[in-house]
Design a binder for this molecule. Sequence first.
Ligand SMILES: [Zn+2]
Length: 265
Amino acid sequence: MNVEEGTPCGGRQGVVSYTLSPETIEALKTPTFDVWQWAPNEMLSCLEYMYHGLGLVRDFNINPITLKRWLLNVQENYKDNPFHNFRHSFSVTQMMHGLVYLCELQGMRELILATDMERHKDIMSDFSQCVEVFNFTNPEHVRLLEQILIKCCDTSNEVRPLQVSDPWVDCLLQEYFMQGDREKAEGLPVTPFMDRARVSKPHTQIIFITSILVPMVESLSKLFPQLDDVLLSPLKATRDEYQLWNEERNQLEPLPGTPVIQISI
Ligand SMILES: [Zn+2]
C-alpha cells in the first residue's frame, strides 16, 4: 500500500474531520456499537479516533496526516463486496478496540494476522492448553492470545446485538451465493455452503456459533472473566434466537441435509 508522506496538500482531497460526540467515543469501546449507522467518512473519523485513542499515533510516532491518508487508501482499495468490504474492516477494528479496553490490553498492540481459518483448530487447541497456565511474560503465550483476539474480532459479528449482526449474515450469504451462482453458470460443481438452494441461514448460524464462536469466546473468557457478560451471554442469546427461527422454519419447509457453512475472513 502506498502512503504518500510529507506532502500535506499532495493530491488527496476530501479528508473530512468530524468531532465525535462523547457518546460515540464511549460506544466505540463496546461490542453493542452499531456499525451500520455510519457513512464512510464517519467510519474514517472513528478509525482515526481509535488509532489516536489507543495511543498508537503517539507511541509509534505516526504523522497524523499520514494516518489519514493511509486510512483513505485502505478505504479506496476495498472492493464493494457484499461482506468483505470497508465496513467489515471497520467492524473488525472496532471490536478489537473494544476488547483492548475490556481486557485492559492497552500495552499489547502488535497483533499478528491470524485470520486463516485453516489454522483455526491448531490455534484453538494451542490456546486452550496455554490458557490454563497463562503467563503474560511468556512470549509464546502472548502470541497465541494475539492470534485468538484477531480471530475473535474478525468472526465475531454474532456477539453484537442481533439487529447489528444479522444483516452481516445476509451480506456474507449474498457474497457466497453470488459465487455459487457463478459456479452453476459455468457448469462447475457448486461449493455446498455457497448453494442458495441448500443453505439455511438459521441452521448454518447455529452450527457456526456453537462449533466455532462459543468455544473460542469461552476459552478467552477463562483469561478475561469480564467477557462472560459482554461477549458470551449475547452470543448464546443470538444462538437461541436462530434456534427458534430454525424450529419455525423446519416446520414450514425442511431442507434435506443442509450443508455446514464455512467461514472465510
Ligand atoms: Zn475479515
